[in-house]
Design a binder for this molecule. Sequence first.
Ligand SMILES: *Cc1c(COP(=O)(O)O)cnc(C)c1O
Length: 388
Amino acid sequence: MTVKELDAAYVAHTYNRFPVEIVDGKGSLVYDEAGKEYIDLGTGIAANIFGVADEEWVEAVSRQLNRVQHTSNLYYHEPGAKLAELLCDRTGMKKVFFCNSGAEANECAIKTARRRAFLKYGDESHSTIITLKNSFHGRTITTLAATGQDGFHTDFGPFTSGFVYADPEDTEQLARLVKENGCCAIMMELIQGESGVTVLSREYVDAVLRIASENDLLVITDEVQTGNGRTGKLYAWMHYGFVPDIMTTAKGLGGGLPIGACLLGEKVQDVLTPGSHGSTFGANPVCCAGAVNVLQRLDDGLLAGVEVRGAYIREQLEGTPGVKSVTGMGLMIGIESVRPAAEVAAACIGRGVLVLTAKTKVRLLPALNIPMKLLAEAIDVLKEELAK
Ligand SMILES: *Cc1c(COP(=O)(O)O)cnc(C)c1O
């Protein structure tokens, strides 16, 4: 059987895949089983920060892989300790809990917020977490409950209770929901990725911070997709001039290996205690070695390069035929197209350019170091397909 036939026969059908089998790659170029070349503007959904098989990253990961691949959290290891230090140094956060995915990082954030409220009030009276409509926080039962999209709330109930959804940009409603519910936190993506790359306004985020501060609510930012240089700053909150109480990240953190992190600020650094949370593979040393390499390279020069590339894409696409609007920041870009997004994506793939969709939009999440020449080539193809 071919790989596609094996997949159809044996893999749970939870994904509608594009008809491409990826077998090889280098940087922002990937190759299918027939040797056809693609310029990759999706990077495995923002995971392959430096593209495929980046030499320096491969070396860092291989070095660790050849020493010890896993220890469990019963023992110390350098890559995990070093990664935690790097994350805290670069963000001002105080402690890091490591896990394996974005959903798990959000689970940790939710548990931490609830435990802080429980320790403070002695009961579950302040356990509600406000999240935003059109958010996406993961696929576990609890992170689905946190996800403010009705479409995700069918067939799988009962869900974890204690989540209330607010309309983004409606400050009065948020204030009312905080009054009506016993709340412990507000959780948000500063750029809502999966639902169409929608950027929260500075005014709204300022209002969230004010309401949170007036009511002693924690501010949790979900940086699973926006994090690790994607938007042109290390984390998206750095564009808004505040520091969250809890921040989660995953996707790009490991450069293509599965790792998630929940970063805890001063108010919550001691909330989790031995035995209260854990993960067998959390802080896996190989994944941590990959993440250390990623963070060490995400310096000002690289982030400036993200801004330059992002600005180039906007300039090329804004106001061109078939494009209604372009949203996002840095190299996290949503394109509202006249032609259906799925059709544009399929046509681009036919022409050797991998792009993604998010709801009704075309979505681009290229490698942060994609060579300008390849980017220009891919954007030319995309422009032609958008105009059709
Ligand atoms: C992808 C994503 C998640 C879920 O991450 P997984 O690693 O798939 O569990 C959570 N939040 C946001 C904002 C995401 O983009």
